[in-house]
Write a protein that binds this ligand. Sequence first.
Ligand code: NAD
Ligand code: USQ
Length: 395
Amino acid sequence: MKVLILGGDGFCGWPTTLHLSKLGHDVVMVDNLSRRRIDAALQVASLTPISSVKTRIAAWTEVSGQSITFQELDIAKDYDGLRALLAEMKPDAVVHFAEQRSAPYSMRGQQEKRYTVDNNISATHNLLCAIAELGIDPHVVHLGTMGVYGYDGDGLQLPEGYLPIKVENDSGKTFDREILYPTNPGSVYHMTKSMDQLLFQFYAKNDSIRVTDLHQGIVWGTQTDETKMDERLINRFDYDGDYGTVLNRFLMQAASGMPLTVHGTGGQTRAFIHIRDTVKCVAIAIENPPAAGDRVRIRNQMTETHRIRDLAQLVARLTGAKAALVDNPRKEAAENDLFVSNQSFMDDGLNPTKLADGILEETVQIAEKYRDRFDPERVPARSIWTTDQKPGVVH
Ligand code: NAD
Ligand code: USQ
């Protein structure tokens, strides 16, 4: 297949690019390198030393014999450039990772809120609009988030996108419906993913665009079989207060002798997936498109759920680190349950890598190997959701 990967230089996009190339797909990668610029502006850096895109691609050709084409393009701002690329390439599938993906960054202030909305909504809309304008028929596979469902769980198992409901009207007559699960985003970033869902619904209905929306949980780990092949292919590892996700942050904090920053009571339950399974799920998704005219296919891309304080305990047991309760800088339920169906990927043969499989140690090793690059100043989560909250620093 000819696959266009938008946001291919990122944490999920780069290993997916390599995996799809390894599987024999003809891959074109697009990125505007905004993430590298945001890192520079925040004065943070991936713990792992990531190479330039040019070096990454040359290294991949050297080790695999496969070529990858790269185009630097801002898909939110350069509609004509995106349309020209789509017209020339006529991809069979477009994998869309190209959004600002940090919840804390999206809540830093008005500039970041507006940037996140402008970038993410325009990126998604430009893609759909260009496909409709050109009349081409790629399968769009979007990386969405589990966070669109919200975290007020009381035991209901989250379905894959759609909720069957029964409504009784005044006359007592009942109606069965299946509706898009009501969204309940917890940050401006998550809100853009909720808005993306409506854009997909409309273009699937109006222009018969085939869309799969992957509601992905928090990705942990660093390496995949392909990124391990050469140090120049290494994936990024974020541990800073904006882009570091919770498990990778805990592992880095442990490796550097810092307490683990558990927000609030640590009673939040979240969905997780290893980066190795992310790349496998995307490969499965592009092989299984919905038919033209079908509604958006929503798949929950997660493999396990954990409560944050349990994760902290796990990391503490593994490394000897201590957990610290810090003021929660976010506005989120202090405690929630989370039950999720991931039936569609299990049915398609996903054999998940779970925390219990011992692979956590590989991430501990990465955290230890690159400890010299660690900057403790970058760990505190300084972004607050409302002005009456305090940053999540240990005190
Ligand atoms: P990332 O920031 O590492 O990668 C995103 C990439 O997209 C970056 O390289 C960035 O430069 C690029 N990009 C952003 N806006 C762009 C634009 N307008 N034009 C072109 N390129 C642009 O993030 P990630 O962790 O790889 O996440 C990828 C996607 O997966 C995101 O949409 C995110 O919401 C989703 N996701 C990530 C996680 C996670 O835990 N990392 C979990 C669930 C969903
Ligand atoms: N948390 C801590 N301590 C920390 C960091 C986070 O207790 O040091 C807590 C947070 O308060 C939150 C939970 O851990 O309750 C998860 O935070 P996170 O930063 O790991 O994940 P989140 O902000 O939800 O965002 C990440 C990705 C995002 C993706 C989302 C999937 O950055 O792109 O969409 O995971 S999900 O959470 O399923 O919506």
